[in-house]
Design a protein around this ligand. Structure first.
Ligand SMILES: Nc1ncnc2c1ncn2[C@@H]1O[C@H](COP(=O)(O)OP(=O)(O)OP(=O)(O)O)[C@@H](O)[C@H]1O
Length: 275
């Protein structure tokens, strides 16, 4: 390459934007460790009475216990993927989602995300004393929708949730809902918007079969709308129905990561040997 060619190549405009078929990373998890710090573990040591008596006796605070929940995991998720997270109880699935959402700081390693990840958990906070109606409006506004968008989507959200199938529950306070009804409404609100990265933690397992079918369909649509979906579930059939890729976590480490059918099959073989 002569000098002129070199200058031309440096000054040349950047190439065209990547073709849609190209894999665009949305979440990069690099050697991530998550450690929970539990203060005052042990009977009564965390209570106010215990604290006061320690202060009076000028004793130091009780020992700190650390739980190393995620022990150095790495993976990259891409636009258009639906990634299932499976593994036995306490293997680190919910912790991984919370860390991707930015709710837990990694003790080591890093998480990089493109866009704002939204974590939809069964316990995602809505206001229990407000009616379902009010919560739909609040939830939508909190996700950044305009009043006009909320008005447009409102009926779809209520219909999707199925809250009104057994009467006019949407105008009752959310505290009158069963846990399954609450979870359905939360999912319906959250799924009304396209997310860059949507993370769903077991929210689908509380619904009945019809609601599960609607949710699975909606997750497929969200994938098509080019977001990335993460789904934690103990239901292997839900994972098979919705996810093209699955990560199996065990003891805070990745045991397998690949096409859903292969990974779920491996997990099922492992669980059947254990029982
Ligand atoms: N707030 C917390 N404080 C301390 N330890 C925690 C906390 N939350 C979770 N852990 C611990 O972290 C580990 C991973 O928990 P996590 O909830 O991520 O697992 P999981 O795979 O989602 O489990 P499950 O399938 O039962 O929901 C477990 O050992 C758990 O005891």
């Amino acid at each position: 390459m002569d000098d002129q060619e070199m200058i031309d190549s440096v000054l040349a405009p950047e190439g065209p934007p990547p073709a849609p078929t190209e894999k665009i990373p949305t979440v990069v998890v690099d050697n991530m460790h998550i450690v929970y710090k539990v203060y005052g573990a042990g009977a009564g040591k965390g209570s106010a009475t215990g604290a006061l008596s320690r202060i009076m006796r000028r004793k130091s605070s009780p020992a700190l216990t650390e739980v190393h929940a995620v022990k150095g995991i790495s993976f990259t998720a891409y636009k258009g993927e639906a990634v299932g997270l499976i593994g036995s109880n306490g293997s680190g699935k919910s912790t991984t989602l919370a860390a991707i959402a930015g709710l837990l700081p990694p003790a080591q390693g890093a998480v990089y995300t493109d866009g704002q990840p939204s974590l939809l958990g069964v316990n995602a906070a809505l206001m229990n004393d407000l009616t379902g109606e009010r919560n739909v409006v609040l939830g939508c506004l909190a996700m950044g929708m305009t009043y006009a968008e909320v008005r447009e989507k409102y009926q779809d959200i209520v219909d999707f949730s199925g809250i009104n199938e057994k009467g006019d529950f949407i105008s009752l306070p959310m505290r009158t809902y069963s846990s399954g009804m609450g979870a359905r409404l939360r999912f319906a609100i959250s799924a009304a918007r396209t997310h860059d990265v949507l993370m769903i933690d077991e929210a689908l397992s509380t619904g009945d079969a019809a609601f599960r079918r609607r949710s699975e369909e909606r997750i497929r649509e969200l994938r098509k709308e080019a977001g990335t979906v993460f789904l934690v579930s103990h239901s292997n059939s839900t994972i098979r129905e919705t996810c093209n890729r699955t990560i199996w976590l065990e003891h805070g480490l990745i045991r397998a990561d690949g096409p859903t059918e292969d990974v779920v099959q491996e997990y099922e073989n492992w669980t059947s040997k254990r029982s």
